[in-house]
Each structure stands twice: as C-alpha cells, then as structure tokens.
Design a protein around this ligand. Structure first.
Ligand SMILES: C[S@@+](CC[C@H](N)C(=O)[O-])C[C@H]1O[C@@H](n2cnc3c(N)ncnc32)[C@H](O)[C@@H]1O
Ligand code: SF4
Length: 459
C-alpha cells in the first residue's frame, strides 16, 4: 500500500481503545475484591513456579507535564525512606506466604515514578529483602527504570553490585523546545554520562524510552534526536505514542493544545522514527519496541513466546507476576489484583492488617482467558489463529462471529486479513499502528464508542 493510502485509511479510525497491557483492561477491575482472594491465588501456585516481581516507587523530584505514571512529587527524602520501610514489610508478607514451594524469581523490575530516587543504601536494603524472602534464578533479569538526571557513579556502582542487568532510560526526546515545554530539561550529555556510569559498572543492556506526539515535535526534530540516541548504541528502543489524557491527569493540561501534533503528524512521527531505527539495524517488535536481532526479545518473538504485561512487551513468561508498592498490579492464572493508590490505606494494610494492600481485582470468567490470548498474540505477533485458541479453551466457534464481523472494515481497507478456512487473523507490518483497534474487536467489554474517553487514541 502506498504511504499516502495507508495513512488516510489508518487515520479514518479514531476510536479510543485500551493499550491492552491487560485483558480485561484496568477500568474493569472491581473494588469489591477481597485481599484474601489473592492469598488463595498465591497459595495455589504450582510448586516451582516462575515468578516475576514488580516494585513501584511512586516518587519524582519534578513533574514532567506529559507524565501518565502514578507518582508523587517530592523534594524531601523522608517520605521515600518511610515508603521503603513499608515496602520491605510488604515484600516479607508475600515472600513468607510463598516460601517452601521452590518458586524461582526469573524477573524483578523496579518501576515508577522514579526508582532512581532511592539512595544506594535503600536500594541495597530492598534488594536484600527480596533476596531474603525469594530465591532468584541465576539468570534472572533485574531491571530498573532510570531517570538519567539522577544517575551518578555511586548509584551505578550500587546497581552493578546488586546484579542489575537491564536498564531502561527515560529519554523521550533531545530537542530543547520539546523538552522545555514538558518541563524536563535533559540534554544529550546528561544521558551520555548516565550511560557511561552504568556501562562502567558492568551493565550493558539498555533500553531508551522515546515518546512521539510530544508538543512541538516535528519529524525533523524527532529523527535528529534519534540519530543522537543511536550514538549511545542501546540494545533496545521503546517508542511510545504520547497518551494525552488531560481529563485524567491534570499535569497534562499544562501542555498547550495547539503545541500538540495532530493525528496526521503523529502518524508521520511514528513512521519516521521507526524508519530511522529499522534502517539502523533494529527490528520492530509489536507496536512500540525496536531491538537488535540478537536481543532476547527478538529471540522470543521468533519462538512465538513474546509476552505483554503492565510494563509493555516482555520476553519473560512467568507463572505469576507479583506487584509491590502503591498502585502495583499482580497477575495470577486466575486474574488480576491491584494495590491501593492511597498512601494511608497502603500503610495501614501492610503494617496493621497483615493483608496484601489490595484495592481492586478481577477474576477471569467465561471467555476471558481465550480472548486475552487472542489479544496478547495480536499485540505481540500481529497475527493469531483464533480458531486454535478458541478450540483449546473448548468454546463454541459461533461465539466468535460478532468479533469476526467487527473486523470487516479493517479487512476491506487492507489493514487486516482474515482467512476463514484456518482462522488466521493478521495485520500487515506497515499497518501495525492499528493493531489495538483490531485487538479491540475481540474485547467483550469495550463500552460503546461514546464512553470511550477513558483511553488514549489508538494511533
Ligand atoms: C516511569 S517512567 C521512566 C522512569 C523515570 N521516571 C523517567 O521518566 O525517566 C516510564 C516511561 O513511561 C513513558 N511515559 C510516561 N508518560 C507517558 C505518556 N503520557 N504517554 C506515553 N508514554 C509515557 C515515558 O517514556 C517514561 O520513560
Ligand atoms: S516521566 Fe518519569 S520522571 Fe517524569 S514525572 Fe513521570 S515518572 Fe516522574
């Protein structure tokens, strides 16, 4: 398809849909959900399960106006120190519950907010607590989301000593005007120095986060920023579409509406950024990742084992994901559970009730697991055999008809294909920006179009 035709067709669909880091999407989680359900799920994990752990650090010293993450702004360290104390209790609580079952941690991820707010001593304390209550696989991936502005030699060395082997650096862009508008001044040398410290500490695997669709971004400014980023030779790039949800995140109202690229420009920004990366030897993964061929994520994609979780794409397929800290989400074979976002409730639950600080959850029912598999495969592979998945779960193929019917406009526009004989749904590589829309055809809970503003735009 010619670029112009592709763009016209993709942009004709302006439906807002979830990012499908979970299915059902988080707004479906229910508040009448008991924390003891999660303990039951944890108890029922098979002996020797593979665990992925996530810890949320909800603090930043300065607010980026585009930020969609759950974080508090603080220039004081006391709240962070107090939080570490509660986190350690929460880790111990779940760790004790899971002990004696030969479970192995294959992945630990520090996300935020800014985990780099933790001073070396507190970071060490958290790692010691994890190691006290969990057994780590010798090849476990231990990753930290790093704000380059916080990195220094001492912190990098601490990460190296503690076995951190993957870093995700928040770059977003290098353009002065773009970054000043979003309240994040972070010139190239700041990122360069952060990478240098981390490499010197023995950490070689880097991901650089970029965002397209930021204020005043142009194809020229973005591709120039990416050229700079390539000098750092990261093993992966993430190129997220800016999710502008000012009705939900007040800080986004500080971004002038007329500074934001429109849908047409966003499309061009993504295509241009993707071309720079693909021409530089990075392979496109799913909707927003780019990795070197030898990267574990590329290998997982070739093997059909690429997964999707709350942090996005992953090459690690655990039996359960356990989240610690405010707002963190856990995923068990039976469903999802989300920790409270309220600091006091979090503290009370962990320190006084001895129960997981869960505020919401969702137990899979009906066709959820089959629909989740279809959506996961589409988001990861851009193709899926819907009959195969449906049959494995013993569902009636007639129940798929409503979803198949919803594919029609995309098929008519050449943005998706469906082979009725073998059940294969696929999306051409150059139309991958609409994969969330195709995935949405299999979402049983998507509310009517007029109530969809809880999500960001699909493209
Ligand atoms: C928790 S932050 C990374 C660590 C650190 N706080 C930082 O910003 O450097 C995770 C990533 O989410 C992405 N992000 C944040 N808000 C976003 C939004 N509204 N739309 C798209 N991506 C966003 C950014 O790329 C950011 O690097
Ligand atoms: S993007 Fe990162 S540093 Fe900026 S406010 Fe959000 S979490 Fe904090």
């Amino acid at each position: 398809m010619r670029d112009f035709d592709l763009k016209r067709k993709v942009l004709s669909y302006d439906r807002a849909v979830p990012r499908y880091t979970s299915y059902p999407a988080a707004p479906l989680f229910q508040s009448d959900f008991s924390p003891s359900t999660v303990l039951g799920w944890a108890d029922s994990l098979a002996d020797g399960s593979k665990l992925s752990l996530y810890v949320h650090v909800p603090f930043c010293p300065k607010l980026c106006h585009y930020c969609g993450c759950f974080t508090h702004i603080t220039s004081r360290y006391a709240p962070v120190e107090d939080y570490v104390h509660i986190l350690r209790r929460e880790i111990a609580l779940m760790g004790k519950r899971l002990q004696g079952k030969n479970h192995v941690v294959t992945h630990l991820h520090f996300g935020g907010g800014s985990p780099t707010m933790l001073v070396p001593q507190d970071f060490r304390l958290l790692m010691e607590t994890f190691r006290e209550f969990f057994v780590f696989d010798s090849n476990a991936e231990i990753a930290v989301e790093v704000d380059p502005r916080h990195m220094n030699q001492e912190l990098a060395q601490t990460y190296g000593e503690q076995g951190i082997n993957r870093i995700s650096l928040g770059v977003q862009d290098f353009d002065d005007k773009v970054m000043q508008t979003v309240n994040r001044v972070q010139p190239f040398d700041v990122v360069y120095e952060a990478v240098r410290h981390l490499r010197q500490a023995g950490i070689q695997d880097f991901n650089l986060d970029f965002i397209y669709g930021l204020p005043y971004q142009s194809v020229r400014s973005l591709t120039r920023s990416m050229d700079y980023a390539l000098l750092l030779k990261p093993s992966r790039f993430a190129m997220y579409g800016y999710a502008h949800v000012p009705w939900k995140k007040k800080n986004m109202r500080l971004i002038p509406d007329d500074s934001l690229p429109n849908a047409d420009e966003r499309f061009d920004l993504f295509q241009a950024g993707a071309s720079v990366l693909e021409e530089s030897g990075y392979r496109s993964i799913g909707i927003d990742h780019f990795v070197k061929d030898e990267d574990d994520m590329a290998v997982a994609q070739d093997q059909g084992s690429l997964g999707r979780n709350f942090q996005g794409y992953t090459n690690i397929s655990p039996d359960a994901l356990i989240g610690f800290g405010v707002s963190a989400i856990s995923q068990f074979p039976q469903g999802y559970a989300q920790n409270t976002t309220a600091s006091h409730a979090y503290q009370d639950a962990v320190l006084h009730s001895g129960m997981p600080p869960i505020a919401k959850g969702y137990e899979f029912q009906g066709q959820d697991i089959a629909r989740k598999s279809i959506i996961d495969r589409l988001m990861c592979d851009l193709k899926v055999n819907i009959y195969e998945i449906w049959d494995i779960h013993g569902h009636d193929r007639n129940d798929l008809q409503a979803s198949i019917d919803q594919l029609t406009p995309y098929i008519d526009d050449g943005l998706a294909q469906f082979d009725i004989r073998n059940g294969l749904v696929s999306i051409p590589h150059d139309a991958r920006q609409i994969v969330r829309l195709v995935a949405a055809c299999f979402d049983e809970y998507l509310p009517p179009v007029e109530t969809l503003q809880r999500h960001s735009m699909a493209v």
